[in-house]
Write a protein that binds this ligand. Structure first.
Ligand SMILES: *[C@@H]1O[C@H](CO)[C@@H](O)[C@H](O)[C@H]1NC(C)=O
Ligand SMILES: *[C@@H]1O[C@H](CO)[C@@H](O)[C@H](O)[C@H]1NC(C)=O
Ligand SMILES: [Cu+2]
Length: 162
């Protein structure tokens, strides 16, 4: 009886630990700087690994900026014309559902040419390591292994309890 209760507790702990994997990571674009011109988002993204299942949060004052998903050519040209999915809430969440390169620009004024543009490469959810690992890859891999371990522990606890 006591051991079964212990297993329940362990299972809850393990499931709680593995939940962030299922939900993906959240990246506040620009961190405390938020989404604005005169900021280098290439530099911001350089040490991060984005995966399918993660999401981006664009944080800015509503009305001052917006977020427009574009293609590579429009990104280069800062071309906001013909935009279909303009995000403008000031707290825009973008779920990364498909792997590959993603581009976002601000369509207000000259903001894009002033650096308010973000390009990221989204890796598959459980894909291989990026071809050129970022400097922080050691911690990334460590936390990833930890989550995998907790996932296995959760699965094992479920099996034992069943
Ligand atoms: C932004 O940072 C990247 C990487 O450090 C650099 O290559 C690029 O020149 C910078 N862009 C600007 C506009 O300063
Ligand atoms: C968004 O920006 C505001 C104002 O700078 C800040 O107070 C808030 O903590 C930011 N939110 C997030 C999620 O970073
Ligand atoms: Cu802007």
């Amino acid at each position: 009886m006591a051991s079964k209760q212990l297993l329940s507790v362990l299972a809850v702990i393990a499931v709680t630990a593995v939940l962030p994997v299922a939900m993906g990571a959240e990246f506040v674009v620009g961190d405390d700087s938020g989404w604005k011109p005169d900021f280098n988002y290439t530099e911001w993204a350089a040490d991060k690994v984005f995966r399918v299942g993660d999401h981006l949060v664009f944080n800015y004052t509503e009305g001052v900026h917006n977020v427009i998903p574009v293609n590579g050519e429009k990104f280069k040209a800062c071309d906001a014309s013909g935009a279909e999915n303009v995000l403008s809430s000031g707290n825009d969440m973008v779920h990364l559902k498909v792997d590959g390169r993603k581009w976002y620009i601000c369509g207000k004024g000259d903001h894009c040419t002033r650096g308010q543009k973000l390009v990221i490469n989204v890796l598959t959810a459980l894909g291989e390591a990026p071809s050129s690992p970022p400097s922080s890859s050691a911690t990334g891999i460590a936390s990833y292994s930890y989550k995998m371990l907790m996932g296995v522990a959760a699965a094992a606890a479920m099996v034992i309890m069943a």
